[in-house]
Design a protein around this ligand. Structure first.
Ligand code: ATP
Length: 256
């Protein structure tokens, strides 16, 4: 039987994934600052909404109002879908502080406490089920790194706890993982093993120009492309180029 897949909807990406992400996979979207992790996550969620697939988005690094504004800049206004009960924005940023936070439907009272975050996620899933008759298909946490910045030793446990909830409800998720500019890993000890998939995004200076590229490091349940491909961020979102390959320039030391 063919496996069920969730299309990312990001032009070029599903080709690299042999058709899409296997359903229920939790995929780490790992990369340095400004590499495009949030934009790619928002594009993933919005593609689903447009195709009748409910979604949840947990924002831990940005105000939910700023996330909606950023999405609108790309033409991805989530508000009508929130009104229909198809999309839940989970505010893990404000802790309920501020006027705008009072208007949010799902607010995590203590964003540093993973259990309180999980409770609100479950509430949002039930709300979507009540409104649409099905659980969300897609989910995003932006970023999971925030949850263990000060306690890296529990990183893997936290990712496992969240993965159990998301994949338990059949949700296919992007967990955004922040890595520092020169870091080769995927952000946090052991998280790379807990995740079902890893997509690594990079921004490199080549010949005085910043070049965006990505590579699918792993994806359980499917074969996938193994090469590094360039991508661009445009006014309409991310476009990946499956026919182009980026070969990293090596740093050559010249002795005088
Ligand atoms: N309309 C646009 N057209 C082209 N590029 C854009 C546009 N809007 C934003 N960008 C690029 O996207 C980058 C931000 O992307 P994004 O917020 O997804 O990064 P991120 O990987 O989530 O970063 P961080 O970890 O710092 O939050 C900007 O630095 C800019 O280079």
């Amino acid at each position: 039987m063919a496996i069920q897949r969730v299309k990312t909807g990001i032009p070029g990406m599903d080709e690299l994934l042999n058709g899409g992400i296997p359903k229920r996979n939790v995929v780490l979207l790992a990369g340095g600052p400004g590499t495009g992790k949030s934009i790619m996550s928002q594009q993933y969620i919005y593609y689903g909404l447009q195709n009748g697939e409910p979604g949840i988005y947990v924002t831990l690094e940005e105000h939910p109002v700023a996330v909606r504004e950023n999405m609108k800049n790309f033409g991805w206004d989530p508000t009508p879908y929130e009104e229909k009960g198809m999309f839940a924005m989970i505010d893990g940023f404000t802790g309920g502080i501020g006027r705008a936070a009072e208007r949010e439907r799902f607010v995590v009272p203590d964003p540093t406490d993973v259990r309180s975050l999980i409770d609100v996620v479950k509430e949002a899933i039930s709300w979507i089920e009540e409104n649409t008759g099905k659980p969300p298909v897609r989910g995003v946490i932006d970023s999971v790194t925030t949850l263990y910045l000060t306690k890296p030793s529990v990183a893997r446990n936290i990712v496992m706890m969240l993965k159990k909830v998301f994949s338990g409800f059949g949700i296919t998720a992007f967990f955004v993982s922040q890595v520092s500019v020169a870091e080769r890993g995927f952000g946090g000890p052991g998280v790379e093993h807990a995740a079902d998939g890893i997509i690594r995004l990079d921004l490199d200076e080549i010949d005085g120009e910043l070049v965006r590229s990505l590579i699918i490091w792993k994806m359980r349940g499917t074969k996938h492309d193994m090469r590094r491909h360039p991508f661009e961020i445009t006014d309409k979102g991310v476009i990946v180029y499956p026919d182009k390959v980026v070969k990293r320039r090596k740093l050559v030391l010249v002795r005088s």
